[in-house]
Design a protein around this ligand. Structure first.
Ligand SMILES: Nc1ncnc2c1ncn2[C@@H]1O[C@H](COP(=O)(O)OP(=O)(O)OP(=O)(O)O)[C@@H](O)[C@H]1O
Ligand SMILES: [Mg+2]
Length: 246
C-alpha cells in the first residue's frame, strides 16, 4: 500500500517533482505514464528510498518517510523499506560476475537468509516462468537485452516483496514476451502483491493497471481508473499525450 502526499524532489535547485499526490491500494497496480523527462524514474527512486525527498510525505508498506526526518532516522526507515520493496530499474544492474541463477538467489540467500537449496528451487521456477530456465548457468553479458530484462524481473520477484516497482519493464521485450510478462505479473497481484509500473507502452498497461497516473513536468496531470483515463481523459494535455501514443 502506498500513500504519497505533496511529494517534492529537487535537484540542483530545480524541482523535478512538484507536489505529487496519489495512493495505491493493496493488491492493485498503478501505471505511470508521461513523456521522457516528466519525472517517472525520479518518482520510483523516491518511493524506494534511493532519493531523499525534499517535501511532503510518503507512506510505503507502513514505512513513513517525511522530508523533515533527521538524516539518521531517514536512512533507518529506508533500510526497513528496502526489505518490502523490489525494483526493476530502467538500467538493469545485473551483477556481471554472477550467473543468471546467482543473480536471482543473491538477495534471498544474503538478505532473507533463505537456505541455498530452497532459493535455487524457487529461482528455477521463476526463471522458467520468464522462459530462461535453460540460461541459469550463463552470465549476463552473454544474454540479449530482452533476456537480461527478464532475469532482472525474476531477480526482483525472488524477494517476494510486498511492493514491486518496474521502470519500463517491456522496453527490450517483443510483443509475445510482453504479453507473457503481463500474465506473470497479474499472477503476482492475485497472490497479494502491489505494483507500480512505469511504461511507455499503453497497450501493456491496459488490462494490467487498475489506475493510471499521467505526469508532465513533475506534476500529476491526470490520475484515475485506467479505463476512465484512457477513454475519457479530462485534461487536454492527457488527451494530446494519448493521441500521440496511439
Ligand atoms: N540528479 C539530477 N540532477 C539534475 N536533474 C535531474 C537529476 N535527476 C533527474 N533530473 C532531471 O529530472 C527530470 C526527470 O527525470 P526522470 O529520469 O525522472 O524522467 P523520466 O520521466 O523517467 O524520463 P524517461 O521516460 O526518459 O525515463 C529530467 O529532466 C532529468 O534530467
Ligand atoms: Mg525514466
Amino acid at each position: 500500500m502506498i500513500h504519497v502526499k505533496d511529494l517534492v524532489k529537487q535537484a540542483n535547485g530545480t524541482r523535478i517533482l512538484r507536489g505529487v499526490s496519489f495512493a495505491v491500494a493493496p493488491q492493485t497496480v498503478l501505471g505511470v505514464i508521461g513523456a521522457s523527462g516528466s519525472g517517472k524514474t525520479t518518482l520510483l527512486r523516491c518511493l524506494n528510498g534511493l532519493e531523499r525527498i525534499d517535501g511532503g510525505v510518503i507512506e510505503c508498506e507502513s514505512v513513513h518517510l517525511d522530508a523533515n526526518l533527521s538524516e539518521h532516522e531517514y536512512s533507518r526507515r529506508v533500510k526497513e523499506l528496502r526489505r518490502k520493496v523490489g525494483t526493476v530499474f530502467q538500467h538493469l544492474y545485473l551483477f556481471p560476475h554472477l550467473t543468471v541463477l546467482g543473480n536471482v538467489i543473491e538477495a534471498p540467500t544474503h538478505v532473507l537468509r533463505v537456505p541455498r537449496q530452497k532459493a535455487e528451487t524457487e529461482a528455477y521456477e521463476l526463471l522458467e516462468s520468464v522462459g530462461l530456465k535453460q540460461a541459469a548457468r550463463r552470465y549476463p553479458e552473454s544474454l540479449s537485452g530482452g533476456e537480461q530484462q527478464r532475469v532482472a524481473i525474476a531477480r526482483a520477484l525472488a524477494m517476494r516483496p510486498a511492493l514491486l516497482m518496474f521502470d519500463e519493464p517491456t522496453s527490450a521485450l517483443d510483443p509475445k514476451r510482453s504479453a507473457g510478462l503481463r500474465s506473470l505479473l497479474r499472477g503476482f497481484v492475485a497472490r497479494g502483491h502491489t505494483m507500480v509500473i512505469v511504461s511507455h507502452s499503453i497497450g501493456f498497461l491496459e488490462g494490467l493497471a487498475d489506475q493510471l497516473l499521467y505526469m508532465e513536468g513533475g506534476e500529476v496531470v491526470e490520475y484515475g481508473e485506467t479505463e476512465t483515463v484512457l477513454n475519457s481523459p479530462q485534461d487536454p494535455r492527457t488527451k494530446d499525450f494519448l493521441q500521440q501514443a496511439k
